[in-house]
Every structure is written in structure tokens, then in C-alpha cells.
Design a protein around this ligand. Structure first.
Ligand SMILES: [Fe+2]
Length: 394
């Protein structure tokens, strides 16, 4: 393994000779510090792992002046390195790199030491195991990411834009890796806790909805349809995340509805329907006790409101209905229309789709219906509906 050169001090003051050059150098270093500060700020913004990785790569490329950057995470279970988000989900798209001395990447994690490869092609490990795809690798810089004293991953910079990586590049990548390790670890823990919370909410909602006359799967379908619509609309990562949870919990208030109404096998009479109409308000009250769920509570409370003000239980109009609630309203109504109930058969998806379109601006917010239309046309429901129409016409 190569000996790691010690970096030069970054803020050496200029002497009287060659002062201009020293000042330029100082200015450049200040810019590096600014980049490092920007990097720190950008990686703490809440985002998906995919977004986080994109930001890490672009910032690192700029800071270290290289052509390519890879970030690998270490799996304790598999004793291997992977790229991307959850090891289980993205495994198929990522090389699996054993942590041993066979490859350059594996060696970095194995020794928990920085590697500066000046000539990649002459390195026996590179010849043995190439995990960099078709990239024409000239040189590399690899730094382990430590978390609680253990290697949690590595960051790899490939092909310096200058002839080779400098001492300063090494220093910068080491500083950056210190920040990265803890952010990635926190991100992983947060995702794990969030997923567990989501699964609990999902199980709870399905248990409640199964008391209703739906045949099951309603919660899942409303969540999937909501996500499909939202992808067509300009939502932030945080709004998408809130939407998903609100969709899972949208009917949680039914827990407060009497079984004689919830389990009724026939259409509800007026008095029963008036009671049922209170489930969004009850849901809001239940979730209102949990801190930090404000936008999720709004999604639950207003998912039966309409832009024309004829919704329930509050009767608020278009501009007052939060976007998350507007999306759930369309997804929920679509699923209600295509689902079988004891007293009627569900509509074919194409007919339900046309019903949604027909009620844009009155029952559903028009911009959300536009998103729904785009999402539906991309789905298998639309494709198979079109095929049926074609066969019937023939
Ligand atoms: Fe509902």
C-alpha cells in the first residue's frame, strides 16, 4: 500500500517575495473552504439517498477536480461494498465488492486506509477486479468512511483533471469523508426508523379498513395511486414523503365509527352517512396528538373536501384544500370506484378514469386531475383498457 503523503498546511501566509502568487493561492484555498462549507450544508438537506448521493458526487467532483466519483456503503451482513440506496433494493444494479485485497476498492475498506493509485492500469488489483465499468481509469483516490471506529463505506475519486491527485486533494477528500460518514449513517438510521413507522401505520390502517366493506388492499392502492399522481406534480421530497404517510393513514378516523355502520353490507342511510362523514375529522383528532405530523394531519382531515365546497366534513373550497389532501381525494375516489362492494360491482378502470376527468374542477382539483390523467396513461390499466376497446371495435 502506498504511503500517504502529509498535506501541506492550507493557510500558509504569504511572504514578501512572490506575494501575488501566494495571494492567488490563498484565494483558491478560501474558495475550497467555501466549497466545503457548501458541501456540509447541502448534505444535511432532507432528501432520498439517491439525491444525497448525487449531491455528494457533484460537490466532490468540483472540490477535488476529478472526472468520476463513486460512493460505496459497507454491508456487515455480506462483508461487501455496494453502491446506491438500500442494499437489498439496489443490489441488482450495483457491483458486489468483497472487502478483501483482491480489488482496489475492497483493499481500501479492508485496510481502512487511504489509497492513492497513481497509475491504475499498472495496479494488479485493478487488472484483477474492475468495478468502474467502461471508465478509462488513469488514477484514483480512495478514502474510507469511518463510523464509530469501523469502516462504513468508501468514497472513490477517479481521474484527476490535473496530471495527478495532489496533497491538497488528499486533504480535502479526507475532510469531506469525515462529514460524509456520519451523514450517511444518520441517513440510514433515519430511513430505518421511518420505514418501521410506515409499516406500523400501514398494518394499523389495513386492520381498520378490513372492518369496512372493502375487500382489502385499499390502503395500499390509495398509497400507490397517490404516488403515481404526485410524480406528475411538482412536489418536494418532503411533500412526497408526507403524502405517502397521509395516504396510508387517510381513513384512520374510521376507528371511531361504530361497527354497525362500518360493517354494514348495504348502502348507508342518511343518518348513518352523516356519522360516517365525520371520519376525516376523527382522524385529524387522533393524529393531532402526535407532534410533527401537521401536513399529514391536513391530508387526513381534508381528503373528502371538494373544490366546489360540496365536500365533507368542513366544506372548504379549492384554494383552502392542501395539495396532499387533493391528491388523496382523487386516488381514494378512483379506488372506491374500481373496488367491488357487497351492494355493487366496481367499475372498469377506464370508466373510473373518465369519471375522474369528468369531475375536474368540481369534485376534484383540475391540476391534480391533469396529473392523474398523465399518470393513468402511463399505467397498465390504460394500456389494457385501450386493447379491450380495440378488440371490441374490431
Ligand atoms: Fe375516507
Amino acid at each position: 500500500m502506498k504511503k500517504v503523503p502529509q498535506p501541506k498546511p492550507l493557510l500558509a501566509l504569504p511572504d514578501k517575495t512572490g506575494q501575488d502568487a501566494e495571494l492567488c493561492e490563498l484565494k483558491r484555498k478560501v474558495e475550497h473552504y467555501q466549497e466545503l462549507m457548501n458541501f456540509s450544508e447541502s448534505i444535511f438537506v432532507p432528501s432520498s439517498y439517491e439525491d444525497l448521493e448525487k449531491r455528494i458526487k457533484s460537490k466532490t467532483k468540483k472540490l477535488v477536480q476529478c472526472e468520476h466519483v463513486f460512493v460505496y456503503r459497507y454491508s456487515e451482513i455480506d462483508k461487501a461494498l455496494y453502491r446506491g440506496d438500500s442494499i437489498n433494493i439496489v443490489r441488482a444494479n450495483s457491483p458486489i465488492i468483497p472487502v478483501d485485497q483482491e480489488s482496489i476498492e475492497g483493499s481500501c475498506a479492508y485496510h481502512g486506509a487511504l489509497l492513492h493509485i497513481v497509475d491504475a492500469k499498472s495496479d494488479i488489483r485493478f487488472k484483477r477486479s474492475r468495478y468502474t465499468g467502461n471508465i478509462d481509469c488513469r488514477n484514483m483516490l480512495l478514502v474510507p468512511l469511518f463510523s464509530q471506529g469501523s469502516v462504513a463505506g468508501i468514497i472513490q475519486a477517479i481521474n484527476s483533471k490535473t496530471p495527478t491527485f495532489t496533497d491538497e486533494d488528499i486533504y480535502l477528500l479526507k475532510v469531506l469523508s469525515n462529514q460524509l460518514a456520519s451523514v450517511m449513517e444518520n441517513h440510514g438510521l433515519f430511513e430505518k426508523v421511518h420505514n418501521q413507522f410506515f409499516q406500523i401505520c400501514y398494518a394499523l390502517s389495513e386492520a381498520i379498513i378490513k372492518k369496512d366493506t372493502y375487500t382489502g388492499g385499499h390502503t395500499k392502492r390509495v398509497t400507490v395511486f397517490s404516488e403515481m399522481i404526485a410524480k406528475e406534480l411538482p412536489l418536494t421530497f418532503q411533500e412526497m414523503r408526507d403524502l405517502k404517510l397521509a395516504a396510508v393513514l387517510h381513513d384512520i378516523g374510521k376507528i371511531g365509527i361504530e361497527d354497525r355502520i362500518l360493517k354494514k353490507q348495504f348502502r348507508l342511510n342518511q343518518e348513518e352517512f352523516e356519522i360516517m362523514k365525520q371520519h376525516p375529522r376523527l382522524g385529524g383528532e387522533i393524529l393531532g396528538h402526535v407532534k410533527g405530523l401537521d401536513s399529514i394531519v391536513e391530508g387526513v382531515m381534508y381528503h373528502h373536501e371538494r373544490p366546489d365546497g360540496k365536500g365533507y366534513p368542513y366544506g372548504i373550497k379549492e384554494d383552502k384544500i392542501p395539495m396532499i389532501a387533493q391528491i388523496i381525494s382523487v386516488a381514494d375516489s378512483f379506488d372506491a370506484m374500481i373496488s367491488n362492494r357487497p351492494y355493487r360491482r366496481g367499475l372498469p378502470p377506464m370508466e373510473a378514469y373518465q369519471e375522474i376527468i369528468a369531475h375536474a374542477g368540481t369534485q376534484f382539483v383540475a391540476s391534480v386531475v391533469d396529473g392523474f390523467e398523465r399518470a393513468f396513461k402511463k399505467s397498465h390499466m390504460y394500456q389494457s383498457g385501450q386493447q379491450k376497446r380495440y378488440k371490441q371495435a374490431a
